[in-house]
Design a binder for this molecule. Sequence first.
Ligand code: BYC
Length: 318
Amino acid sequence: MSSEASMLEKFDEKIRKEIKIEPRDWMPDKYRKTLIRQISQHAHSEIVGMLPEGVWITRAPSMRRKVALLAKVQDEAGHGLYLYSAAETLGTTRGEMIDDLHTGKAKYSSIFNYPAITWADIGAIGWLVDGAAIMNQVMLCRTSYGPYARAMVRICKEESFHQRQGYEIMLTLAKGSEEQKAMAQDALNRWWWPSLMMFGPPDAESKHTAQSMAWKIKRKTNDELRQQFVNATVPQAKLIDLTIPDPDLVWNEERNSYDFGEIDWEEFWNVVKGNGPCNKERLEARQNAAKNGEWVRDAAIAFAEKQSQRKSNKEQVA
Ligand code: BYC
């Protein structure tokens, strides 16, 4: 047996036995590439995901809401950083990943190309977008690559706070004046379908799912997670007396699940290809942030170099 074949056998055995793959372990090149793609896209989603909510920090309706939103957006920056670090253990660099984002080569979640136009959108994002994100990320806590799985455990704890803060905003608006309730319903109408799209294309059209399931990178398929999300979210909407904007939504006793309407996949691919309502604006915001922060990074590097020079000078004297 060639040494590559024997390494592959060992790798497959670890996957079979649910032993995590760690950075120094041998892994097939395609496994490494799939992880770099998925983890870096995930990291970019966290960073771009700060933009729609970030603009509402100064406009939050009370001190309490402002503090919670500020904490949430900061958490997202943190999630991005854990994820970039996890991807770096696979041999890529943060600079390469960020360049790929800024040049439009790397994807980030379609959902962040929609605008947050009212305060209720902040509620809908927390409730639906973070709700969908958790559904996907809970299964990623069991992903086969160790650093990704461990990052996910911490991220999920923070995401559940995000989901609750969003749902609580929706609850407050839904119990408020007629105008506030209408604002909450309008946000639900606009965010519902894009949230279902977050889970990715239907299984039959998902080019990566079969291999990622075999490698236990993904533990559930796009359609399974989407269904799980619908089943969990419909009762939450009922509880606050809001209507899911889907006339085909109906409980199916046999499947023990909700049946739901057809997703507009043409809209999804259009957004993924860069033609959503905010794609251009989001990319420009990240490119400008990189340009405007260049002097800070240069200064930090110069300072670190000076410190390390001083340390080695002292060591030489001693
Ligand atoms: N948007 O074969 P498929 C968050 C792409 S952020 C754009 O099913 P896969 C949060 C896909 O990349 C949550 N593109 O792919 C932050 C692929 O294209 P490439 C983000 C999408 O990887 C702030 C092609 O379509 N979560 O939590 O097996 C505030 C075919 O798809 C999308 C993650 O990133 C999409 N929605 O499955 C609030 C989780 N869907 O790469 C919240 C980690 C698919 O071949 N990622 N594409 O050019 C995953 O679990 C998987 O990558 C996906 C897709 C389920 C998203």
